[in-house]
Ligand binder design. Structure first.
Ligand code: HEM
Length: 407
């Protein structure tokens, strides 16, 4: 008799089947092995909401360890020299640093990237969503991803920062190449491509930042260049790193969130009809769709001091993989978690994270999703799916390749 495979072996973030539907495996992991070591990624996998929530707030973990130890002291290989331009750029932004640098950068950037400024963009975002959806409807349909989901957040963040319209086509390829490094165990080719994109992207933004420092305009790059907090300001490298972070974080997840959401709606026609009949459900529908098929399903943390999770000891120097998508389907927190319920309340999903790295762009993402949903409901009220979509290969930035619709 062959032994039944243990459920932790079914956690396979490289398999297309797992990427397409990780939820049955996550359900079993939460029940049977909520904390386990996964050798192929050298990570401790955490699947329950309470544990992911607690670890995100726990200062004994960090997105980096370089503020407390060198790579060697942490039992890790030194970084290869050829990756230096990539890491220099990434660590000049707030996402991959920890306090006190994180606190300083986040405070400075938050002074320019304010809730008021973001809310002020709503009319522009609505106009853009209507223009994109109107064009899709006028030709009877097309690919919702490349024609609406992608151009909307790319244009919004580029416009907001002040990247000239003629250069915007450069952003998406640079961003995709850089984000390739965030997949699990990136290949040498993916690493080379990411370094080249990092060099080109930072050279481009350095030029733009210098222009705006010399001749400020009414845009976020100029505001970031001028922001001063108690005599402190962003260095040029930090300004460039922040712009790259905002441009990348500012659209990658939103594109996938839009595609995953509509694919979920097409699979749940009763809920789609409910939304079509009552557009006032859009805000809670956005939250529920962000929970139901989490666009960024996993984030990692380094363990800076020995910890214990559900009786399992995880040593300093280890890495944990916090499974947001699993936490968002935890029946301890969400009744009937596999049911899409567009009116679900309360809905304490953790799609935007928690703790000090909580998504800075969450208010902007919510406006973009609500406005694109609103435009699609108003201008494409009978939109239907033409063919079953395929998933992109990556698990970390999980999204559809295309979503072909008829309007
Ligand atoms: C649906 C869309 C989005 C999702 C699901 C999302 C998700 C997240 C998550 C989970 C984090 C925290 C990562 C961690 O704790 O390791 C994060 C951080 C961040 N996000 Fe978003 N995000 C979205 C859209 C945006 C947008 C539109 C922007 C900005 C313009 C943005 C900017 C950022 C920034 C700057 C950080 C770093 C914050 C810090 O380290 O303090 N995000 N995002």
């Amino acid at each position: 008799m062959t032994e039944a495979p243990s459920v932790d072996r079914e956690y396979d973030p490289w398999s297309p089947e797992f990427v397409a539907d990780p939820y049955p495996v996550f359900a079993r992991l939460r029940a049977e092995r909520p904390v386990f070591y996964h050798e192929p990624t050298d990570q401790w996998v955490i699947t329950r909401h309470a544990d992911v929530d607690a670890l995100l707030r726990d200062r004994r973990l960090g997105r980096s360890y370089l503020h407390v130890a060198t790579h060697e002291e942490f039992g890790r290989e030194p970084e290869p020299e050829f990756l230096k331009p990539f890491w220099d750029l990434i660590r000049a932004g707030m996402l991959d640093v920890e306090p006190p640098t994180h606190t300083r950068l986040r405070r400075l950037v938050s002074k320019a990237f304010t809730a008021r400024m973001v809310e002020g963009l709503r009319p522009m975002i609505r106009g853009l969503a209507e223009e994109l959806v109107g064009a899709l409807a006028a030709k009877g349909g097309g690919d919702l991803i490349s024609e609406v989901a992608e151009p909307l957040p790319v244009t919004v963040i580029a416009e907001m920062l002040g990247v000239p319209a003629s250069d915007r086509h450069l952003l998406r390829p640079w961003s995709a190449d850089i984000c390739g490094m965030y997949e699990l165990n990136p290949s040498p080719e993916a690493q080379r491509v990411a370094v080249r994109a990092a060099v080109e992207f930072s050279d481009y933004l350095r030029g733009l930042a210098r222009e705006r420092r010399a001749a400020p305009r009414d845009d976020l790059i100029s505001a970031l260049a001028q922001v001063v907090d108690e005599g402190d300001r962003l260095t040029e490298d930090e300004l460039v790193g922040t712009c790259v972070l905002l441009l990348n974080a500012g659209h990658e997840a939103t594109v996938n969130a839009t595609g995953n959401a509509w694919w979920a709606l097409f699979r749940n026609p009763g809920e789609l009809e409910r939304l079509r009949a009552d557009h006032s459900l859009v805000p809670s529908a956005v939250e529920e769709l962000l929970r139901y098929d989490t666009p960024a399903p996993m984030f990692e943390r380094w363990v800076l001091e020995d910890i214990e999770v559900r009786g399992v000891a995880i040593p300093r120097g280890a890495e944990v993989a916090l499974q947001f998508a699993s936490a968002n389907r935890d029946p301890d927190v969400f009744p009937d978690p596999d049911r899409l319920d567009l009116g679900r309340a309360p809905n304490p999903h953790i799609t935007f994270g928690l703790g000090i790295h909580y998504c800075l762009g969450a208010p902007l993402a919510r406006i973009e999703l609500a406005e694109s949903f609103g435009a699609l409901l108003r201008l494409a009220p009978r939109m239907r799916l033409v063919e079953e979509p395929k998933w992109k290969p990556g698990f970390v930035l999980r999204g559809l390749q295309a979503l072909h619709v008829e309007v």
